[in-house]
Design a binder for this molecule. Structure first.
Ligand SMILES: Nc1ncnc2c1ncn2[C@@H]1O[C@H](COP(=O)(O)OP(=O)(O)OP(=O)(O)O)[C@@H](O)[C@H]1O
Ligand SMILES: [Mg+2]
Length: 510
């Protein structure tokens, strides 16, 4: 047998049982050097679990792992690293109060020379300059001495990527690396992936965005309910075929918007400003309307949402909710006034990880689920069960702790919480990030239902197809300002991108 015939990695018959959940059932996976394998499947299919086993973060119950034909035991993350396996986790794994450089070199910091180094003293200057070099490789403009807690979600993801490629890895696992990235950062990541591939590194890439898979992968492996249902070379794959394999039925990945009558203004925003972030933002949101917010990462969309929600304070500007001036100084007040926000960073802001699924779902609607000061258990269970079914949230039961759900299912729980709260204005920041194709359609259908009931919806999304399909009007932001407001009929992807990237200037109001 020639060396080429032996795959770099072979996982054979991998099984994993969690209490009440068979996460993996005899799964095989093969990856060759220089190959990019896309690992896809619905939320909860077992993708992250399989990769955590490979990275030494979970023990397997059954199966074998072979590297270049030789069986290995990967009993810890440290062992995985020694074997040349590097992983970018779906949940960020950074220490927020440490610097970027310290995070990149965590547990393998360069030491000072001589006695000081021998005593364990870190060479901070060298660490900073090496961190800068790695960041430069992925063109991330982040000072290495910044504290990670001060970075945006996209920047944190870039640090994760830098950390993963800074070790001499033979196998690089990326678990939804693009979920937090915008178009241009995704481009840079893809260039990095192509360069690593040329160096013979094997890459396992998890994504819910089918178009990414077609751009970057050589082969696709599909999991469903913990089983491997098939694998295809990319040349033989079509979106229809992949989706059919993933969900077990045919389903077109189309975003469908139902037409809803647009009513009176519910939210008027005039000259909203927070220095250095948002400058003079004005728009009107009507009842029944879905207003899409497009723009590159850092264009000020999330910041605008935070200002409206009272998470940050504004320097200037006016917000009018149903004809009355709104001045909220905290999210709690915002909720009382009738606003809802599904934040982009759901792990940190949206979910109480230690609470059960059902409590998380009713968290924003406790009064409605209480009687005489006590929580009405059966009402809670009814609401929770309804959303678990509508959004197909995969959980063994309603009392499962949120932290034990897969990444995408955690996102669905946060969505359910706000969809259940029926606010006057609902702000959704990247509502379908990390959500599988089947559930995306459900989320969109729920958005249409809410719009029909008269709620005004602000939808921030970095997925242009979603913006184009779901918005009645599109607010395009660029560098903290509104670059254009386009009507559904005049908006084209090219025009939106031209305004978002600053190529086209001059405010337009549609
Ligand atoms: N630590 C755990 N304890 C209990 N159940 C778990 C644990 N981790 C994962 N699971 C369950 O195992 C199944 C597979 O989860 P996994 O995270 O591998 O899915 P995934 O394919 O990565 O999904 P997603 O696309 O949502 O990230 C899910 O049903 C999940 O709830
Ligand atoms: Mg996952």
């Amino acid at each position: 047998m020639s060396l080429d015939a032996v795959p770099l990695l072979r996982m054979e018959g991998i099984s994993k049982l969690f209490p009440g959940v068979r996460a993996l059932d005899c799964v095989d996976l093969e990856v060759r050097a220089g190959e990019v394998v896309a690992l896809v499947g619905e939320n909860g299919a077992g993708k992250s679990t399989l990769m955590k086993i490979l990275a030494g973060a979970h023990d397997k119950d059954e199966g074998r792992i072979l590297l270049q034909g030789r069986e290995v035991q990967i009993e810890s993350p440290r062992r995985a690293q020694q074997l040349g396996i590097s992983i970018i986790y779906q949940e960020f794994n950074l220490t927020r109060n440490q610097t970027v450089a310290a995070n990149i070199f965590l547990a393998r910091e360069p030491r000072l020379r001589g006695l000081a180094g021998w005593l364990g003293f870190v060479d901070r200057a060298r660490m900073a300059s090496e961190a800068a070099r790695v960041l430069e490789r992925i063109r991330a403009k982040i000072p290495p001495d910044t504290k990670v807690g001060e970075l945006s979600v996209a920047q944190q993801q870039m640090v994760e990527i830098a950390k993963a490629i800074s070790v001499e890895a033979k196998i690089l696992i990326m678990d939804e690396p693009t979920a937090a990235l915008g178009e241009s950062e995704t481009e840079v990541l893809f260039e990095t992936v192509r360069a690593l591939k040329l160096q013979g590194i094997a890459i396992i890439f998890i994504t819910h965005r089918l178009e990414e898979m077609f751009r970057i992968a050589d082969r696709v492996v599909v999991l469903r309910d913990g089983q491997r249902v098939g694998a295809l070379p990319i040349a033989e794959a079509t979106p229809e075929r992949i989706v059919q394999m993933m969900v077990g039925r045919s389903l077109q990945e189309i975003f469908r918007k139902e037409s809803v009558a647009i009513g009176m203004p519910v939210l008027e925003v005039r000259g909203l400003t927070r220095r250095g972030a948002v400058e003079d933002v004005s728009f009107t949101l009507h009842s029944g309307e879905i207003l899409g917010f497009a723009g590159l990462v850092g264009a000020g969309r999330t910041e605008t949402a935070r200002l409206l929600f009272g998470a940050d304070s504004r320097d200037r500007g006016e917000v009018i909710l149903q004809g009355k001036p709104l001045s909220v100084s905290s999210p709690v007040e915002a909720v009382k006034a009738g606003l809802g926000l599904v934040p982009e960073d759901r792990g940190l802001q949206g979910l109480v990880l230690k609470l059960p699924v059902q409590e998380n779902i009713v968290l924003a609607t406790l009064p409605r689920h209480s009687a005489g000061g006590w929580m009405d258990r059966s009402a809670v269970a009814r609401t929770a069960q309804d959303f678990v079914e509508r959004l197909s949230i995969k959980t063994p039961h309603l009392r499962q702790k949120a932290m034990l759900l897969s990444g995408g299912n955690q996102q669905k729980v946060v969505l359910a919480k706000w969809l259940a709260s029926k606010p006057k204005v609902l702000i959704l920041d990247e509502p379908t990030r990390g959500i599988d194709v089947g559930a995306k359609a459900e989320v969109h259908a729920l958005m249409s239902d809410l719009a029909r009931s008269g709620i005004g919806i602000i939808m921030i999304s970095s997925e242009l197809p979603e913006i184009m399909a779901m918005s009645d009007r599109i607010v395009v932001m660029h560098e903290g300002r509104v670059a254009a407001i386009l009507s559904r009929s005049e908006a084209t992807p090219e025009l939106v991108m031209a305004y978002a990237s600053g190529q086209q200037r001059g405010v337009r109001n549609g």
